[in-house]
Design a protein. Structure first.
Length: 377
């Protein structure tokens, strides 16, 4: 029989899979949008770039929506605390994401240069802003989010929006931007040709190295900041109540899991070497392998953060004992079990149709394709 502890661990892993899936699929179209004004030197280039992601971007959003829904259903306390603390940041993210479908549909409706340039910058913001905010959010999770619970488990956020913009969080945001732009450039290597392909290859080779350097710098910082440690007994089968434990801040504690479970070191190693592989394959003009490497790089970076924080999900900097963990922030046993059954059915379906859509839409987009009647954008 599946017990409560197992389900809590499974959902920690499943949400991680959904986040990685979102980064790999939606990451490249966010990256392409943010590269629109950097790599695209002409209106034709930018139309080609937009049409490389045209058949996929809305389907890729499923991963983002599913991850949000899974967090709401599996960890409602996380959802409540996050929306209280990151409300403005989440609103900015949604506004930026709205720019993408509007920009895709309206950019080429008029031939006016000013019109198209304005939408190009809107699409740039639609790719860059979410990438930056996602990274800033992860950085603040490692530092701790200023929220508290009262005796009825009602959440109070005690920080401010600008308090989220601290140096380490900005560093994490830059890592997120760099890795998603790398992924977008690698996607362009797969889907374009000519000068556009050459520029994408050049951008990818340098952004891959920048991502690795920023990732290693963040590792040094994490090794020297305070991490969170549970100092009381943990009952993994108990009902969720984050106030029934004690937590202390210990310098360098985020690296404790790597000492306890040495195999976890595979995550940061994967992130570093896959990033280097992305740069090398880009230099070797092997775009397919560069795309695989940037996918693995992002998976390694996300797994590194998850492994370091486990079992914490959202530490509290203002009330450490109220920090939310895998063991005390989940929904009921029945909810997790029902969702687990649903996930076993529908996650393979999502993976299958995603893979099939990429297979059907394979091939490069060329300038002459823009005049064909099937062209959407």
């Amino acid at each position: 029989m599946i017990d409560y502890e197992f389900l809590r661990l499974v959902w920690w892993g499943l949400v991680g899979v959904l986040l990685i899936g979102f980064a790999i699929t939606d990451g490249f179209d966010l990256g392409v949008g943010a590269l629109l004004t950097l790599v695209g030197k002409s209106d034709q280039d930018r139309r080609v770039m937009i049409n490389t992601i045209g058949p996929h971007w809305d389907g890729n959003q499923v991963w983002f929506i599913t991850a949000g829904g899974a967090i709401f259903a599996a960890w409602p306390m996380i959802y409540a605390a996050a929306f209280s603390g990151f409300y403005i940041a989440l609103a900015l993210t949604l506004i930026a994401l709205w720019m993408r479908p509007i920009g895709f549909d309206y950019r080429s409706k008029l031939p006016n240069k000013t019109w198209r340039t304005a939408w190009d910058w809107a699409l740039f913001c639609g790719g860059l802003v979410p990438a930056l905010i996602f990274g800033v959010a992860f950085g603040n999770l490692l530092l701790g989010v200023p929220f508290e619970f009262d005796n009825t488990l009602r959440t109070t956020y005690t920080g401010s929006f600008f308090g989220l913009l601290n140096p380490f969080a900005i560093l994490a945001g830059l890592i997120s931007v760099s890795m998603l732009l790398t992924h977008g450039a690698n996607w362009l290597q797969l889907k374009t040709d000519g000068n556009l392909l050459s520029r994408a290859r050049f951008v990818s080779s340098y952004l891959s190295l920048l991502t690795v350097l920023l990732f290693m710098l963040a590792g040094v910082v994490v090794a020297n900041i305070d991490g969170y440690v549970i100092t009381s007994q943990v009952d993994p089968l108990a009902t969720s109540n984050p106030l029934k434990k004690t937590v202390e801040l210990v310098s360098g504690a985020w690296l404790n899991n790597y000492s306890t479970y040495p195999w976890m070191i595979a995550a940061p190693v994967l992130g570093i070497f896959a990033g280097l592989g992305s740069a090398w394959f880009s230099k070797q003009q092997r775009g397919g392998w560069a795309f695989v490497m940037s996918s693995l790089m992002m998976a390694g970076i996300i797994l590194t953060a998850g492994a370091a924080m486990f079992p914490f999900l959202m530490p509290s900097s203002s009330m450490p004992n109220a920090s939310l963990t895998v063991w005390d922030a989940t929904s009921s046993y029945l909810t997790l079990k029902t969702m687990f059954i649903v996930a076993c059915i529908f996650v393979p379906i999502v993976l299958s149709y995603t893979a099939y859509s990429f297979y059907v839409m394979r091939g490069r987009i060329k300038a002459q394709d823009l005049d064909k009647p099937h062209t959407i954008y």
